[in-house]
Design a protein. Structure first.
Length: 177
């Protein structure tokens, strides 16, 4: 049977919202850049290896930073700035695609959940007739990416969780330690 994901042409994010503790953040700018997620690696070399190569430490990732941009300084930005508490943000988006067989447009949901601690606050600039471009940056401890209700990527640095396609990739390691 054909893989259904190959029968559509992904096109664009039709719309999105970001929620903090269940409340829509209304002070956001027009876009949010998702963070790079880079694995911790170790360089392998020596006898039996022709040169060097990088190997990943399964489940271990370098610092993940998520910047949350705001048009202006308002209540929303300050609610994210408390370093004593973990901030939870949920990004919900509607992905638009074209169905190849019919040409019809279809939608599916995307949800990204972040938990982290604020590590940077940029008040932005003051310019007559312009936006301030303020932001808060979180150090991310937890990230979950769901597409169409299916868990695709989950990393919880503080609770030893690392799953791809809802499969626990640390299961063997946990049995041994």
């Amino acid at each position: 049977m054909a893989n259904n994901t190959r029968l559509i042409i992904p096109e664009a994010i039709n719309n999105f919202n970001i929620y903090s503790q269940g409340n829509t953040l209304i002070g956001l700018s027009a876009e949010v850049s998702l963070p790079d997620i880079q694995a911790v690696t170790e360089t392998m070399n020596g006898p039996g290896i022709l040169g060097d190569f990088e190997t990943v430490m399964v489940g271990m990732y370098n610092s993940i930073k998520q910047e949350i941009p705001f048009r202006m300084l308002d209540e929303d930005i300050f609610s994210l700035a408390n370093p004593l508490e973990i901030t939870e943000l949920t990004l919900r988006a509607s992905e638009q695609s074209t169905i190849k067989s019919t040409g019809n447009i279809a939608f599916k949901g995307m949800r990204i959940v972040y938990r982290g601690r604020p590590i940077e606050f940029k008040p932005g600039t003051v310019k007559q007739g312009g936006q301030m471009n303020a932001s808060v940056t979180l150090e991310v401890f937890y990230i979950l990416i769901e597409i169409d209700g299916k868990r695709k990527f989950e990393l919880d640095k503080l609770n030893n969780v690392f799953k791809i396609n809802d499969v626990d990739l640390l299961a063997d390691i946990k049995k041994q330690c």
